[in-house]
Design a protein around this ligand. Structure first.
Ligand SMILES: NC(=O)c1ccc[n+]([C@@H]2O[C@H](COP(=O)([O-])OP(=O)(O)OC[C@H]3O[C@@H](n4cnc5c(N)ncnc54)[C@H](O)[C@@H]3O)[C@@H](O)[C@H]2O)c1
Length: 429
């Protein structure tokens, strides 16, 4: 294909606008040609930023998909349960698809898009952005190079951060699994995907425990009110929305326009943030929301060949980052995405430190994964190259979805072990 590759964005929210912004990084290779969002202010913002012709600006993805094909790639960055409904018509029109994760929380829907994609010319790439980070690629090379011998066990954790949990999984978009996805799929299908990719092994069985410990009515401190701005006990509450969105040095708007505040309003000003806290979902008390997703979950996975993995996801951490430790017959690798340093300890030898920050060009946006996935996809389309073992095709992504959904099935049944083969057979008719 000749460049620039043109993109139509379905859902110009946080993710859709992030992918569109990559046009600045790859100006000769990509061009935003069309946009659709339910919010006219977001459509207008995209139009103004990228000079999209009026006739290619739409009030919904459905409306955009009624038109003939408008670009080479359709970015499906609407909400979890809408993805397949937007991607299938796109595939049938001949678009390549950049598909936000999860594919769908409904396995039948995942199966449906897999079938449709087989008969369509477009490529589908699922946004498991971590595969495209310098951090996990360095770990993959170390494991493949045999530095720690045969891999026996992995211990990994996802530190969600108290403010991120409150933002996304208590007050915000992903608070309720019936509307979106269970948290292990929503947040951790990335981790499940990384485990299969790093180890090159399929998962055989899963068990998982966890629940909502804190963010519920019974745990509300005495005197807590429905909205933080009017709450009598806000001063002593770390989840106070005014602290998180306005005054906190890391996340508050008074100290720069952070990621969290940009979700509250299109304008992203102090005034619009206060207005959102007065009237919108993000100003609500964390103990009195309509959330049902977990705030802590632990999952044990048995992979082919007896390799075991323990994975912890927890809201109650100061910062938002992943920690990873791989233990092999001849050594161990320990790393975290906060320091971006990998420790390689071959038994009996001096420790080696690999500073991923020093060797990576871009650590922004999921540790560089957001730009990495776009760079890889553009390369595939412009050179006509085939998917590699790293490419997050639909088929590659399905394994992570089965693992996450099986973990949720286990959690809902008191942690019973779920055999992956049985789970997949039962769920694929
Ligand atoms: N790959 C990742 O690491 C990653 C990270 C965060 C979120 N996500 C996924 O990306 C998706 C979007 O998340 P987000 O954070 O951008 O949410 P968001 O709410 O910021 O954006 C979603 C946008 O879709 C729009 N929309 C809804 N229905 C629409 C329709 N019918 N037509 C057109 N637009 C419509 C909304 O108005 C909104 O602007 C979610 O499925 C989420 O799970 C992926």
């Amino acid at each position: 294909m000749k460049g620039p590759v043109t993109f139509a964005i379905a859902g110009f929210g946080d993710r859709g606008s992030t992918y569109a912004s990559m046009q600045r990084l790859f100006p000769d290779k990509m061009k935003i040609a069309a946009v659709a969002d339910l919010d006219p202010r977001k459509v207008e913002k995209a139009r103004a930023l990228y000079g999209i012709p009026e006739e290619n600006c739409f009030g919904s993805a459905e409306e955009m998909l009624e038109k003939d094909k408008l670009a080479d790639v359709l970015v499906v960055s609407t909400m979890d349960r809408q993805h397949v409904g937007h991607a299938i018509p796109g595939l049938k029109k001949g678009y390549h698809i950049l598909l936000e994760k999860p594919i769908s929380p409904d396995i039948e829907k995942c199966r449906e898009i897999l079938e449709v994609a087989k008969d369509c010319p477009g490529k589908v790439i699922v946004c498991h952005v971590l595969r495209y980070t310098a951090f996990y690629n360095a770990i993959k090379d170390l494991l493949a190079g045999g530095r720690i011998g045969e891999l026996v066990s992995i211990c990994a954790s996802e530190n969600v951060a108290y403010w991120h949990q409150a933002h996304s999984f208590v007050r915000g978009n992903w608070r309720n699994s019936k509307e979106t996805s269970p948290m292990i799929l929503q947040k951790s299908c990335h981790d499940m995907d990384i485990f299969t990719w790093l180890t090159g092994r399929k998962c055989e069985s899963v068990s998982s425990v966890g629940g909502t410990y804190l963010f519920k009515k019974e745990k509300a401190p005495e005197g807590a009110g429905p909205r933080c701005l009017d709450c009598k006990i806000k001063d002593g509450c770390v989840f106070d929305a005014e602290k998180i969105y306005v005054t906190d040095p890391k996340t508050g708007i008074l100290n720069g326009k952070g990621w969290a505040t940009s979700i509250l309003s299109v304008e992203n000003t102090v005034e619009s943030t206060y207005e959102a806290l007065r009237t919108g979902p993000y100003g609500r008390c964390v103990y009195l929301c309509d959330n049902d997703v977990v705030d802590h979950q632990q999952t044990l996975l048995t992979m082919e060949g007896g390799l075991t993995i323990s994975f912890t996801m927890c809201a109650f951490t100061q910062d938002c980052y992943r920690h990873f430790k791989a233990m092999g017959t001849k050594g161990e690798i320990e790393a975290d995405m906060k320091s971006n340093v990998i420790h390689v300890r071959e038994f009996g030898k001096a420790e080696e430190l690999i500073d991923v920050g020093a060797m990576a060009e871009d650590l922004k946006g999921h540790g560089g994964g957001d730009s990495g996935i776009i760079a890889d996809f553009l390369e595939m389309l412009l050179t006509g190259s085939e998917a590699t073992e790293r490419t997050t095709t639909l088929e590659n992504s399905m394994q992570s979805h089965f693992m996450a959904l099986a973990a949720e099935e286990s959690r809902l049944h008191g942690g019973k072990a779920v055999d992956l083969k049985d789970f997949m057979c039962y769920n694929i008719k």
